[in-house]
Design a protein around this ligand. Structure first.
Ligand code: DQA
Length: 143
């Protein structure tokens, strides 16, 4: 079973980006971990990251057409992109929302809302990189 792990803006700098919040694991290491965790669960995981909103929309549309489950960390777009909201609404297989930090517990009020949550079967937040493993496990339990 194929799964797409889609990461939004600034996550390409994981490991160097505010490590006190996001940790020291790089995006390449995260991608490798996701593929390994997925394989253990019998999932064929493909990890992608983009800083370009249209690219993420194209990938979500592709997932909708192909009935591919998605693990999505839309990063800052989570908090305000109605185009991402609309793309998530079209998904035809389960969606799990992931955040490395817990945006609801952070001081910036703009992080307290998510356009992804209404479409997600689960939100995994505040578990660091391990949250991606928890998200993949969650998808495994979803028919
Ligand atoms: C994030 C949380 C968002 O608020 C932030 O804009 C990000 C990363 C996280 O994984 O904790 O870029 O999605």
């Amino acid at each position: 079973r194929k799964v797409l792990v889609l990461n939004g803006p600034n996550l390409g700098r994981l490991g160097r980006r505010q490590p006190e919040i996001y940790g020291t694991t790089t995006h390449a290491e995260l991608a490798h971990l996701c593929v390994t965790w997925g394989a253990d669960l019998g999932l064929e995981v493909e990890v992608r990251q983009t800083n370009h909103e249209g690219q993420l929309l194209d990938w979500l549309n592709e997932a909708a057409d192909d009935h591919t489950p998605v693990v999505l960390n839309a990063a800052a777009w989570t908090h305000y992109s109605w185009a991402i909201f609309d793309a998530c609404a079209q998904l035809t297989a389960p969606l799990v929302e992931v955040h490395i930090s817990d945006p609801t517990q952070r001081p910036e009020v703009f992080r307290h809302t998510s356009v992804v949550t209404p479409h997600a079967v689960e939100v995994v937040a505040g578990h660091g990189i391990d949250g991606y493993r928890l998200a993949l496990e969650r998808l495994c339990r979803t028919p």
